[in-house]
Design a protein around this ligand. Structure first.
Ligand code: NDP
Length: 271
């Protein structure tokens, strides 16, 4: 779906950061949210659009759901478009960012959010379960950054926000593939942060705890109760609470790079 005709927002001058005191600090900026068609990604897309960004909502299967998120953003006065691409496939990622450049002319914020689960105990985990999760949750982050970084360099300013998980920090039963991918994101984030800091591009991770999504609703009540006991705040996060952390990193986190923003109700407390 193409972005609707609208008055052009003023293009931010090269190398300038958003003004956090502005009602819509991301006006004139373009953000890509991978896996923006539902769950946390959809909420991040709406949050960034409410801050003025034109948001590209990526999906792989959920074209209709992604179009629905764009419609919600537009109904609220924001600007957005959809882009289908399997982020575990480098060619599709390259083609998607090519289209973004053609349609919107720039990229300012990249949120690597797309992720899948293939939970099995290690004894039952197949090589396919391993590769699917590593490719979709970790290699995708490298693929998107590979193509996006030159676009961010063009602006002299950029924000990369990678959605990891507390599971990447502490491990979790039945999630050897997922925890390896999410921990891999943290190492990748730190290295890219070191390499890109001199270009005014920050790279951070967000590590959510359990979040109220479709996935959480499908957990049986007795298991939910056991999980809630482990969380000091005794509740799961709302997707909005994760999205606000992403907005903070995009708009206000000027001197923050290579960090993990833990939004987890206290379920994991690292150094
Ligand atoms: P959902 O399962 O609700 O949504 C996943 C999103 O990723 C969908 O938009 C889906 O698109 C997209 N996606 C999946 N595979 C691909 C692919 N190959 N290419 C492009 N897009 C893809 O997930 P959540 O909202 O729950 O999770 C979002 C992120 O947050 C994930 O990285 C997850 O690991 C992380 N996280 C989630 C937690 C939770 O409790 N929910 C806790 C901690 C971290 P489509 O609709 O087209 O299938």
């Amino acid at each position: 779906m193409d972005i609707k005709a609208r008055p052009k927002a003023e293009t931010p001058a090269t190398g300038t950061a958003p003004d956090p005191s502005h009602a819509q600090p991301l006006l004139g900026r373009v953000a890509v949210v991978t896996g923006g068609s539902r769950g946390i990604g959809a909420t991040i897309a709406k949050e960034l659009a409410a801050s003025g960004a034109t948001v590209v909502v990526n999906y792989v299967r959920g074209a209709e759901a992604a179009a629905g998120i764009v419609a919600q953003i537009e109904a609220a006065g924001g600007h957005a478009g959809t882009e289908g691409a399997d982020v575990s496939d480098f060619d599709q990622v390259g083609a998607m960012f090519g289209r973004v450049k053609e349609k919107y002319g720039r990229l300012d914020v990249l949120v690597n959010n797309a992720g899948i689960l293939r939970d099995r105990t290690f004894k039952k985990m197949s090589i396919t379960d391993w590769h699917e999760v590593i490719n979709t949750n970790l290699s995708s982050v490298m693929y998107c950054c590979n193509v996006a970084v030159p676009m961010l360099l063009d602006n002299g300013w950029g924000r990369i926000i990678n959605i990891s998980s507390f599971v990447g920090q502490m491990g979790n039963f039945g999630q050897a593939n997922y925890s390896a991918a999410k921990a891999g994101i943290l190492g990748f984030t730190k290295t890219l942060a070191i390499e890109l800091a001199r270009y005014n591009i920050t790279v951070n991770a967000v590590c959510p705890g359990f979040v109220e999504t479709e996935m959480w609703s499908s957990v049986p009540p007795n298991i939910q109760a056991k999980i809630l006991e482990r969380i000091p705040m005794h509740r799961v996060a709302k997707a909005e609470e994760i999205a606000r952390g992403v907005r903070f990193l995009a708009v206000e986190g000027d001197y923050m790079t290579g960090q993990s923003l833990n939004i987890n109700g206290g379920v994991y407390m690292g150094w």
